[in-house]
Write a protein that binds this ligand. Structure first.
Ligand code: SF4
Length: 688
């Protein structure tokens, strides 16, 4: 059969692989890697390769839905739209797009009049294009006059943005992926790269096999450790501790780059004095932590190799999702500043972003404290956990939710459940009936990434103009927002996504001025890395940092003894277990798309609990167990014993809402930026 081939970009993770889709009769037949594409290099993981069947799923939201309970509570709105309603089931009516938008606009205007502008908030995802993310925050700030806009980076990489901006002025990867081949040493910390960012992992495995130059630090024995020269399984909540120890060794052994420190940084002397006098920064400390004594020798070995070679550091949510996540990111950037491992090819800092457009959603200003291009807003809004509190206090009354599932992937679901009950109006733009969509008053089905044009920014700052692979009658997210604005008396008149993007290029000109659609099309294979002017910028910080004075900053934060390490030092973990959560290869995040892909979901259709074989004797003798924390309970989870987990620790994924994993997590969050501490919580185990 003769298929049409369309080049585009994978809709899943932040790696941003280049794909080629074979299409016939408006159906995707097959997706392969673009063999000439810079990112994919001819390879895709199973999500990119097989996870396209969600596009045609019968579960897609094809017609806007209005909840029966909304119509019952708002008879005056019902009276105006009644003729266009069609019953769907016991909970929903369907209607046409304009009617649904008009109903939403009527309700939003009423709420605004009764409770004020700031009773509205908007929480976006990072699965949408930059154009939609841009309009989402613009609508919130300008049309609704509310500062409360946030995005799902709040539950993942906000600490990377905070920590990097505080020290080097820019919260983004410093180098392109192929610098992996130029590096002499690679450190991975808190990133299960083979599962969460597989095509980046491929490159690292290639160089590990050739040069034996990779170190992996994690709380579990992850697959990447098979290829690593140094494997450091650390206790829970030890990232900042270990990173400070690396800096201590580099300073003590005088391995730091004096010329670089003098010419390009400030705050060094104070930092040096504090760290050399911090008893927790001396790796000898680990001799007091039973089961982890070997780290007293191994951490200095890793530190020395990092300092003496041209090195890169990769990290993921294993670093950021802790109460000291932002400080740990600062500690990572300190290592680069100390050694001059930044601002050149083959040396740098690589936060591995989760969704396909997390970087872009932040660049577009979907954050309460930054407008597009990281400009300061007139008024700082509330971060998502603060919004939840404001909902409970009755201060927030309406929520616009675009491609994000606050009722699944955020922590403290018992609290969120109560907070959502306090709202007078929830509008959701989605592909499927996710948990938040089920709670909504109005749900509008929108195009998936494979049905639309738009710009996405991947984990190496690379802009890719995605092409529609198949046609769809559904609106793009930005079109729904435009209609909503117009229905409320606004004057958005964008005709195409390119119109929106051209405005982005003006508003966010420091990064995107030179990135026209035409140029992005011409550079489709390699992509362009921001900032894009006449040239793009593969390596950041070549001559100076993007801080106000151009200097990198040292700001020391001491590790605070707590949790598992403290318990081990005081005689062992007497009761309960330390749970950490993460992702698995076939799914991503709330699995909104992957769960609808038979080929992916069949590989992992329930969240499994991994338990150390050492703990088998004290574990309930049942196939399923329930976890309980101080905040709530999980659903029953299937148990699997493994040697890859240290005693006293547990691991599971959170992809399936039915597992209720995020009911276990509470308000514990990053001190500076409120990203939840998903990577460690004490739980007890009960037979199911
Ligand atoms: Fe898609 Fe990420 Fe897999 Fe690449 S690595 S194919 S971007 S899910």
């Amino acid at each position: 059969m003769n298929y049409t081939e369309v080049e585009s970009v994978c809709t899943y993770c932040g790696v941003g692989c280049d794909i080629v889709a074979q299409v016939d009769d408006n159906k995707i037949h097959k997706i392969t890697a673009d063999k000439d594409g810079y990112v994919s290099q001819g390879k895709l993981c199973i999500k990119g390769k097989y996870g396209f069947d969600f596009v045609d799923s019968k579960e897609r939201i094809r017609k806007p839905r209005i909840a029966k309970h909304f119509l019952e509570k708002n008879p005056h709105i019902k009276a105006k739209i009644e003729d266009s309603l069609e019953p769907l089931d016991e909970n929903w009516f369907t209607t046409d797009l304009q009617t649904a938008v008009n109903a939403a606009a009527m309700k939003l205007m009423e709420i605004r009049k009764s409770y004020g502008d700031e009773s509205f908030c908007a929480i976006g995802g990072a699965r949408t294009s930059c154009e939609s993310a841009y309009l989402f925050q613009k609508f919130t700030r300008d049309s609704m006059n509310s500062p409360h806009v946030d995005n799902c980076a709040r539950v993942c990489h906000s600490p990377s943005l905070k920590g990097m901006r505080a020290t080097i002025g820019e919260g983004a990867a410093t180098n392109p992926y192929n610098d992996i081949y130029e590096a002499e040493f690679i450190l991975i910390i808190g990133s299960n790269t083979t599962e969460a960012h597989p095509i980046v992992a491929n490159r690292i495995i290639d160089v590990a096999r050739l040069h034996d130059n990779v170190a992996v630090i994690d709380v579990r024995e992850i697959k990447m450790m098979k290829y690593a020269k140094h494997k450091a399984v650390i206790p829970h909540e030890a990232n900042l501790l270990v990173l400070n120890m690396m800096a201590y060794v580099i300073l003590k052994d005088e391995l730091y780059n004096k010329k670089f420190v003098e010419s390009r940084t400030k705050g060094f002397e104070e930092y040096k004095e504090k760290i050399l006098n911090d008893p927790y920064a001396n790796p000898e400390f680990f001799k007091q932590v039973p089961g982890y004594e070997y780290l007293a020798t191994l951490i200095p070995i890793i530190a020395r190799e990092y300092a003496l070679k041209k090195s890169m550091i990769f990290w993921g949510l294993g670093v950021t999702e802790h109460i000291d996540g932002s400080y740990a990111v600062m500690a990572i950037t300190h290592l680069a500043l100390l050694t001059g491992n930044i601002g050149k090819t083959g040396a740098g800092l690589m936060p591995l972003r989760g969704q396909n457009n997390v970087q872009g959603a932040c660049d577009m200003g979907c954050l309460p404290y930054y407008e597009p291009d990281y400009q300061k807003p007139k008024k700082v809004g509330l971060m998502t956990p603060q919004l939840v509190d404001a909902m409970l206090e009755g201060k927030i009354k309406a929520l616009l939710n675009m491609g994000e599932d606050i009722a699944h992937i955020h922590p403290n679901q018992n609290k969120i459940d109560k907070a959502l009950n306090e709202l007078e109006f929830i509008m959701v733009q989605e592909l499927f009936m996710t948990e938040i969509a089920k709670r909504a008053d109005i749900v509008i089905g929108v195009k998936s990434a494979y049905e639309k044009e738009g710009v996405y920014v991947n984990a190496m700052r690379r802009l890719h103009l995605s092409q529609p692979i198949v046609k769809s009658d559904l609106p793009d997210d930005w079109e729904v927002i435009k209609m909503l604005d117009n229905a409320m008396g606004g004057n958005y008149d964008y005709k195409t996504s390119e119109d929106v993007w051209n405005e982005v290029r003006e508003v966010a000109h420091r990064r995107f001025s030179g990135a026209s659609y035409l140029r992005l099309k011409r550079h489709r294979k390699r992509g362009l890395q921001w900032p894009v002017y006449t040239e793009d910028t593969p390596v950041l910080h070549l001559l100076d940092f993007r801080t106000e004075d151009g200097l990198g900053k040292f700001v020391y934060h001491q590790y605070q003894l707590r949790g598992m390490i403290e318990e081990l030092m005081n005689g062992g973990v007497e009761s309960g277990y330390y749970l950490t959560t993460g992702r698995t290869l076939p799914h991503y995040n709330n699995a909104a798309q992957t769960i609808q892909s038979e080929k992916l979901n069949n590989r992992y259709d329930e969240d499994i609990l991994l338990v150390s074989e050492v703990d088998a004797d004290r574990f309930p003798n049942t196939e399923y167990v329930i976890l309980r924390s101080q905040y709530g309970e999980s659903a029953p989870l299937r148990v699997k014993f493994t040697e890859k987990i240290k005693p006293n620790t547990l691991f599971t994924t959170f992809h399936h809402a039915k597992s209720r994993i995020n009911y276990l997590f509470g308000d514990a969050s990053d001190e500076l930026i409120l990203t939840a501490a998903f990577k460690s919580i004490k739980v007890e185990v009960l037979p199911a």
